[in-house]
Design a protein around this ligand. Structure first.
Ligand code: ADP
Length: 551
């Protein structure tokens, strides 16, 4: 800015200087030229009067003056010249001023020297004797005068440049100072030059537009954050170089990271090679899916490339927790394998026995034993199928009639039906307390039946099984304790798994299917209750169920 002002001032100054110089020089040159001509004519008249009176001798006295006098006779020959020898001076007949003087009495002319640096002015007058007296004087031309003024002009120009510089810098400072102190946050509140008003107004309008745009963007961003943060699935946005752009709350939990990873390479979030290979593959091919574990949970990483107008912008990764799904699938596979195995064993046994009978390979007195064996295996098979059907019904989430169940009379009923098998082992069945609850009677029957049956099956001869019923303010507590073989600590959590048996041979010999406690657990859960095991090897077992009353 200073430079522009400087150039403007200097240009104006120089133009004014040159115009002034030319005008003044031209005017003065003209003015002094006129005076000089008048003076020249006066000198000529004086010399003419003297010559008329005293002849050439008068002219002799005028030698050495700053003008030149020449006397020319009618044929143009020079009779006298103050500055030269008349003999050497050429004929003057053709000179303009001489001819004018011969014809009109006076003559005037001016001529430039060959270099144009000098101008000679001539005045001539015809004397009474017919001769012409001429006076001439030479002086510098205006160009030479101008040339002579170059030095002072240059000095003035230099001065003008310095002054222009100083003036420009001070003006620039004065112009810029208020601009520097402008409050652009509140453009309309500035008290400055009126010329800036349109600019400040535009800035104000733009501020408003930007504010609206920022608000819209913020709102969209908030909406995006809200949606992504409330998603159960993990979401990560990466740019084409694998830098994290966005990561939602669920993904932060999965990778155990925080917002600091935004702007960092995804490697800082997760170092597992399988996921990095999948990201690279998705960026290359458009999509990649991976199942992988993090912190004992299984996830499905679904990665898709993001493109716009054929340009790869990055990738979006959606992370689904498939732990339960995988677990369910694993259990189903295991269950199917177990079911086929469990069904095969009694069937093979039945087929083997019937083949022996069919081929008359069994002695007559052994036939009842074989038939008894077939019956036992068939019963086992029936129980197994009943239990499998029961479990699959529970898996389906069947909803039976809910009613008020008198747990004490239900338990008494069960005790009655199990009395025979208890007596076989000399086991005493006891019942304490009573309770009523809302529930599915047949399911509650099965729960209690299985627990009491286990208490008998896994007891020692002469042992006890005690069922205790208790009603508290909020819960119904049912516990079945026995004085039997107990369950080792490490098996406590596993006894509820399908087909899990601590001692397979004991379970089978006592007609167990390995599904009883699974049915119990399922039934308890359908009543929103919880079952816990307390047991020590050889010290007995207590299974406690807590049903919430509100249920
Ligand atoms: P099962 O038909 O074999 O009895 P359950 O599902 O009822 O199957 O029980 C699973 C396993 O838990 C049993 O095989 C047994 O080893 C163990 N168990 C269950 N109840 C008791 C108990 N009261 N005392 C000792 N062990 C038990």
């Amino acid at each position: 800015m200073t430079g522009k002002i400087f150039r403007a001032i200097l240009t104006v100054a120089l133009i004014v200087l040159v115009i002034s110089l030319l005008t003044v020089t031209g005017f003065l040159y003209d003015y002094f030229g006129t005076i000089q001509e008048k003076e020249l004519r006066d000198q000529l008249n004086f010399a003419a009067v003297g010559t008329e009176a005293l002849g050439i001798s008068f002219l002799e006295k005028l030698r050495g003056e700053n003008y030149r006098l020449t006397l020319i006779q009618e044929d143009g020959r020079v009779l006298f010249d103050t500055d030269a020898d008349p003999q050497t001076v050429e004929n003057h007949r053709d000179r303009e001023e001489i001819q004018q003087a011969f014809w009109g009495g006076t003559g005037h002319s001016s001529r430039y020297s060959s270099t144009l640096t000098e101008k000679t002015t001539y005045e001539a007058v015809r004397l009474t004797d017919g001769t012409v007296l001429r006076i001439s004087v030479s002086h510098y031309t205006s160009w030479l005068l101008l040339l002579g003024m170059i030095q002072p002009v240059l000095i003035i120009g230099l001065l003008a440049a310095v002054l222009s510089g100083l003036l420009a810098s001070s003006m620039a400072k004065k112009v810029v100072a208020p601009l520097n102190t402008l409050d652009l946050e509140h453009p309309l509140e500035n008290d400055t030059y009126p010329e800036l008003s349109p600019l400040l107004h535009r800035i104000h309008v733009q501020h408003q537009e930007i504010e609206i745009q920022i608000k819209n963007l913020q709102q969209k961003n908030n909406e995006f954050q809200l949606v992504t943060d409330n998603m159960g699935e993990g979401l990560v946005l990466l740019n084409e170089n694998g830098i994290v752009l966005t990561i939602n709350t669920a993904a932060k939990k999965i990778f155990q990271t925080d917002d600091n990873c935004i702007g960092e390479d995804f490697l800082t979030v997760d170092r597992k090679q399988d996921l990095h290979n999948s990201i690279s593959q998705a960026l290359e091919t458009g999509h990649c899916s991976l199942k992988s574990c993090r912190n004992n949970r299984e996830y499905n990483f679904d990665i898709n490339r993001i493109e716009s107008e054929g340009k790869v912008l990055g990738a979006v990764m959606l992370i689904f927790d498939i732990t339960l799904q995988s677990e369910g699938e694993r259990r189903r596979r295991e269950f199917t394998a177990n079911v086929s195995h469990e069904l095969k064993t009694p069937l093979q046994s039945i087929i083997g026995s019937t083949e022996l009978l069919e081929n008359n390979m069994v002695q007559h007195h052994d036939i009842p034993r074989f038939l008894g064996h077939i019956k036992k295996q068939a019963t086992r098979l029936l129980h197994l199928i009943q239990d499998i059907l029961r479990l699959s019904q529970l898996d389906e989430g069947i909803e039976l009639n809910r009613e008020t169940v008198d747990l004490r009379s239900l338990t008494e009923e069960i005790i009655d039906s199990l009395e025979v098998s208890a007596q076989e082992k000399n086991i005493h069945l006891n019942l304490e307390g009573n309770a009523h609850m809302q529930g599915m009677k047949s399911l509650l029957y099965e729960i209690l039946y299985n627990l009491i049956d286990n208490g008998i099956k896994y007891n020692i001869p002469g042992g006890d099984v005690t069922v205790s019923l208790q009603e508290t303010e909020k819960n119904i507590v049912v516990s079945v304790s026995d004085t039997g073989i107990g369950i080792p600590e490490e098996d406590h959590s596993r006894v509820f798994e399908r087909f899990y048996r601590v001692d397979k041979s004991h379970s089978k010999s006592s007609g167990g299917t390995g599904l009883g406690l699974s049915i119990v657990k399922h039934g308890v859960e359908l009543h929103k209750g919880q079952i816990t095991v307390e047991s020590e090897e050889k010290m007995g077992t207590t299974m406690t169920i807590v049903f919430p009353k509100s249920e």
